[in-house]
Design a protein. Structure first.
Length: 179
């Protein structure tokens, strides 16, 4: 495969990025178990294999990208042979001293070819050049096993969750890495 170029987004990229199939397929889910009693609360996540693969809709509307891409702190695009093939969205000031990744999308036909890893490494490099950023935080649906596997492979650690986080009321799990 030819070399992937990672660069900041330009306006002409946006229609291609919005048109990507943002859904994903998963064979696993991170299942949450909550226990409360005796003056303590315990939360446990465990990876569970699903009986069959499921197709999951992306938790953010791709159309929002067309409306607010200029308000994001950073939007990096992966380009292959002159065409956008993926992107990562970066936000600062979500939490102190962190860069927040709320979108990582790769064109369906090119998934599992290293483009997501290249985007994540570029995001890490981007964040490391910002004095107000000491950590990179990624939000993920617990059904998004491909993304969970990717961030863990890249050295991110589980750092929390938020129930009813996404518009579809799915919870989010968060992974972070010091930059």
């Amino acid at each position: 495969m030819p070399a992937i170029q990672i660069r900041p987004a330009i306006e002409s990229d946006i229609p291609s990025l919005v048109a990507f199939d943002h859904s994903y397929t998963s064979d696993h889910v991170w299942q949450m178990e909550l226990r409360a009693g005796n003056g303590e609360i315990a939360v446990r996540f465990r990876e569970v294999r699903l009986p069959h693969s499921v197709r999951v809709e992306y938790p953010h509307s791709p159309k929002d990208l067309a409306l607010d891409w200029k308000t994001r702190t950073g939007l990096l695009v992966a380009v292959l042979e002159g065409q956008p093939v993926g992107y990562v969205s970066l936000m600062q000031n979500v939490v102190p001293f962190a860069t927040w990744i709320n979108d990582l999308v790769v064109a369906l036909r090119l998934r599992r070819k290293g483009i997501g890893s290249a985007l994540m490494l570029a995001a890490q490099e981007w964040a490391s050049t910002r004095p107000e950023s000491r950590r990179l935080v990624v939000e993920v649906q617990p059904k998004n096993h491909p993304a969970v596997s990717l961030v863990q492979k890249l050295g991110f650690d589980f750092c929390g969750y938020n129930d009813h986080y996404f518009a579809n009321h799915d919870l989010a799990i968060f992974f972070s890495k010091w930059v």
